[in-house]
Write a protein that binds this ligand. Structure first.
Ligand code: AKG
Length: 270
């Protein structure tokens, strides 16, 4: 795994809000991640979460059938598959997330397999952090390409520098690709960067960076394994997201989210 980051890469991430790392995984590691994904999917039987079909807040209600055809989205596969657990709970990835975000420590918020099936809909421009149960400008995700991500099959696009201007208000992720620009007209004419990647490469992006993806215009799959990271010490903001009713009942706004079974600490400098 190419896990060492240079000062230039860290600075570029902080400036643009995203960073692409080519050939992040070796060929053997890529095989392992693909095997882990296949095994985890087999066990999950289509449920989004280990215990649930739906996820709170993702895909606005009116647009649900559209959103369900953006990708198959399976969350927290690390919780029910040992091989995936080893892939995701990798201290080296945690250290990269600490270095890029500037946080003292990084916890897993949730992982996600994002599988754009043949002819799947575009992923409308959106933000991630406003969906999550904590509000921290440093939160970020890794997105690992398990197939080549191309202009034809729906690679990600990012709007550089947008993470510095966006807020925790949620513009949603519906059918209207450009809805976010009603909230952020200053980015209407910004030039987006296409993150085409070979399988095994990855990107990191800040959860407040505006990002999206094309439709999959091919008869093949575009599989990605991703993980969202929460800075250690982040507190509950009242949003349910992937938390269960039971977990939410046990939390007050302002409580530190530090349940190691739900949000394991991947790396800490303390
Ligand atoms: O894979 C996609 O099309 C979208 C990914 C995304 O929005 C994310 O990882 O935050």
């Amino acid at each position: 795994m190419k896990h060492e980051l240079s000062a230039e890469q860290i600075q570029k991430y902080q400036q643009d809000g995203f960073l692409i790392i080519e050939d992040f995984l070796s060929a053997d590691e890529l095989n392992t991640w693909r095997t882990a994904l296949d095994a985890a999917l087999e066990k999950r039987k289509g449920n989004k979460l280990p215990d649930r079909v739906e996820v709170y807040g993702k895909g606005d209600d009116a647009d649900k059938s559209y959103y369900n055809n953006v990708f198959d989205q399976l969350i927290n596969l690390w919780q029910d598959n040992e091989l995936m657990r080893q892939c995701i709970l990798d201290e080296r990835i945690g250290k990269m997330a600490v270095q890029l975000s500037g946080a003292d420590g990084i916890r897993v918020w949730h992982d996600q397999a994002l599988i754009k099936k043949p002819w799947a809909n575009p992923t409308s421009w959106h933000l991630d952090t406003p969906y999550w149960s904590f509000s921290d400008r440093r939160a970020l995700s890794i997105w690992v390409a398990l197939d080549d991500a191309t202009l034809e099959n729906g690679c990600l696009f990012f709007i550089p520098g947008s993470h510095k201007k966006t807020t925790f208000e949620n513009p949603g992720i519906g059918k209207n690709m450009g809805a976010i620009f009603e909230y952020y007209p200053e980015f209407r004419s910004a030039k987006a960067v296409a993150a085409t990647m070979k399988a095994g490469s990855c990107s990191f992006h800040n959860g407040l960076a505006i990002h999206g993806a094309h439709a999959n215009m091919t008869p093949g799959y575009r599989r990605a394994m991703t993980c969202a990271f929460m800075p250690d010490g982040a507190t509950f903001n009242g949003i349910q997201n992937i938390l269960s009713d039971e977990q939410v009942k046990g939390l007050k706004v302002g409580d530190v989210l530090c349940d190691d079974r739900q949000n394991p600490l991947l790396f800490s400098t303390k």
